[in-house]
Design a protein around this ligand. Sequence first.
Ligand SMILES: Nc1nc2c(ncn2[C@@H]2O[C@H](COP(=O)(O)OP(=O)(O)OP(=O)(O)O)[C@@H](O)[C@H]2O)c(=O)[nH]1
Ligand SMILES: [Mg+2]
Length: 324
Amino acid sequence: MKRTSFQTIPSILTSQELLDKAFSRAAKIDIPWRGSWISTVREQVVSKISTVESIETSFLKKVVRKFPSVDEMHPFHRNFLNLVFSIDSYKISLAKMQKTSLKIEELSSYSIGRVKKSDRVQVMNRYLKEFYGRTSSLIADISHDLEFLSKCRDEMKRLPVIDPYMPTFIIAGMPNAGKSSLVSYLTNSRTKIATYPFTTKTVILGIADLSGKKYQILDIPGLLDRKKEERNEMEMKAILALRFIEGKIIFLLDYSYEAYAPVDVQKRLLAEMRDTFGKEIIAVQSKIDISERMEDLCISIKTGEGINNLIDIMVSNSVTKING
Ligand SMILES: Nc1nc2c(ncn2[C@@H]2O[C@H](COP(=O)(O)OP(=O)(O)OP(=O)(O)O)[C@@H](O)[C@H]2O)c(=O)[nH]1
Ligand SMILES: [Mg+2]
């Protein structure tokens, strides 16, 4: 997966913060005496306009530069962005940043031109006030877009950046099957583990060191056995990871009393996964400390039973054999 620059986007100012920053910087400008009152004021007004313009436009241009273009994104990130936020809205908001920046530049040169032609202090100050008013409303007009882009940045930044050269396992299964428990056991990732379903709400990456080799282990939200149209957003995030991230799947089957669904329903979901994604799948029964053995591979996070066996299978080439 290509490294996307969501990771390096600094926090996004709100429209109010941007205006406060620009106006307070302009308020500090103090021009030395220029031989006459009128020249001094003129230079002061011009400098205030340029400062406000420069702070606002450089911020807007930075936003446009830092947010990755949709075409550059890895398909997993692109589809994730579209699922959670809509690619169209993303493109529109970024285009508005660009357009507003140009409008502020135009407004600034128009206002400076007027100030330079004027020889009355009162009129120059009126032009300055007008510039402040118009630039404020231009920035206010994009306040929703700034909020939207800030949300995109926060959510997308949390997404794993996958190293295409490191072997990857995606841990799938129904809600509550023990996916996060396994990922926490194997990796440095400490994601939330809880007794209720849909604890994991997005795709999370952990790095495991197994027999001296590094592996990417992805924790994903639980999946239900239902049609695509009926899936909720969390399930769709899991589906996108399964579809667009290269790797093998470890599918956890929970046959304990805590199970989210009966055995046949979990098996049906497993069969569907095999048909849908064309990836190797290792079926593993979880929570063997509180369930009857029904699969070849069984593990317990509570007692550690079967984990070494699973690791051996993960690091060896026997995965293909297991899945026949
Ligand atoms: N007894 C027992 N409980 C386990 C085992 N593994 C996980 N659990 C428990 O099962 C519950 C669910 O575990 P999670 O790891 O959060 O399950 P998950 O599949 O990530 O759940 P979602 O994120 O909601 O889909 C928690 O209460 C865990 O402590 C196990 O091997 N034995
Ligand atoms: Mg989980």
